[in-house]
Design a protein around this ligand. Structure first.
Ligand SMILES: NC(=O)c1ccc[n+]([C@@H]2O[C@H](COP(=O)([O-])OP(=O)(O)OC[C@H]3O[C@@H](n4cnc5c(N)ncnc54)[C@H](OP(=O)(O)O)[C@@H]3O)[C@@H](O)[C@H]2O)c1
Length: 306
């Protein structure tokens, strides 16, 4: 039997861990912040919406165990900003350095979905092989490109700026870790999600490559399937709405994801499939692409292919 890897918590107890969560004003980021705070870690919450962010910080302060050495205020930092904007990220880094002198865990969680069939973005109505109008003009293609720019900026550029800003800061840690909230969609194609799939796949490949360049950092890519949470489904970069079954009726809860992430990071996992059957779907796609494609068309309300 292989000797098991020592848990990360044997090197950094939670009470000493310094955690930055990018995209913490709602959804999974908020749940992660609360859990880390509850377990006694120092937590910095970062996102664009000030009010929501301060509410999450208050919840973290209330949830944190009371210690004699540090007040809850020092243990919970709030920094407002956009993770695609270099100045905002450098400002975040300065605040974290000033307050804690370094960082142990960077969680790159922020992201947006897209839900519209790709050709709709350039104004085409699609019925099988029939397009109305028959071709998009230059203006129509530019409108599609604007959406591509937006989703790529958030789902790919944001993770790139985050890595560029924070990798050197992690040298201050006994057990540095970076967590990328990717998606099962980063490895498994789905209709209506094409731009989301592409941007998430780009960020995943980028972080997997960084993991090889920086073996002293533990990189964990989280690949959740659908997770409940209204904001995510109401906020698509293309203004689209999710097709098929209501995610609230079958998605994972944020708490299930949070439990998986904390345990996976502690065990030093490289890839976290949440739930684990996501891995089966991934392998099945490569072995029997026709089978998975058929299921995907049905699930997203497309007629069976000819
Ligand atoms: N929900 C799902 O089904 C699902 C499944 C798999 C993977 N994921 C991934 O999991 C992550 C979190 O999803 P979620 O469901 O928790 O989404 P969510 O509820 O919409 O939360 C997204 C968070 O990211 C922040 N954010 C977005 N753009 C940002 C930017 N430019 N700069 C800083 N913060 C930004 C938002 O805050 P502000 O608006 O205040 O900035 C918010 O706090 C995303 O990366 C998503 O792709 C989601």
């Amino acid at each position: 039997m292989w000797p098991s890897k020592p848990r990360r918590s044997s090197k950094i107890p939670r009470s000493q861990e310094r955690v930055v969560i990018l995209g913490a004003s709602g959804g999974m980021g908020r749940s992660l912040a609360l859990k880390y705070a509850q377990e006694g870690a120092r937590v910095c919450v970062f996102a664009r919406r000030e009010l929501e962010l301060s509410q999450v910080a208050e919840e973290c302060r209330a949830a944190a165990p009371k210690t004699k050495t540090n007040s809850a205020g020092e243990r919970v930092l709030v920094v407002r900003g956009d993770f695609t904007v270099v100045e905002d990220m450098v400002n975040l880094r300065s605040k974290v350095q000033d307050a804690w002198g370094g960082l142990d865990t960077l969680i790159v969680n922020a992201g947006v979905p897209t839900f519209r069939p790709f050709c709709e973005l350039s104004g085409l109505e699609v019925r099988g092989r029939t397009f109305t109008p028959t071709e998009p003009d230059a203006e129509a293609v530019k409108r599609a490109v604007q959406v591509v720019d937006e989703v790529t900026r958030i789902n790919y550029l944001g993770p790139v700026v985050s890595a560029a800003t924070f990798i050197p800061t992690l040298t201050s840690s006994m057990a540095p870790a970076i967590v990328l909230m990717a998606s099962l969609a980063a490895v498994l194609p789905a209709p209506t999600l094409s731009l989301y799939v592409g941007s998430k796949a780009a960020a995943l490949g980028f972080y997997q490559s960084l993991a090889i360049e920086h073996p002293w950092i533990t990189f964990t890519a989280v690949l959740p399937s659908t997770v409940r949470g209204e904001q995510f489904f109401d906020n698509a970069a293309d203004g689209g709405k999710v097709r098929g079954q209501d995610p609230e009726s079958y998605g994972l809860s944020c708490d299930e994801v949070v439990r998986g992430v904390l345990d996976g990071v502690d065990k030093g996992k490289t890839t976290l499939w949440l739930p684990s059957r996501g891995r089966t779907a991934f392998f099945l796609y490569w072995l029997f692409p026709g089978f998975i494609t058929k299921i995907a068309r049905k699930r997203y309300g497309y007629p069976a292919a000819d």
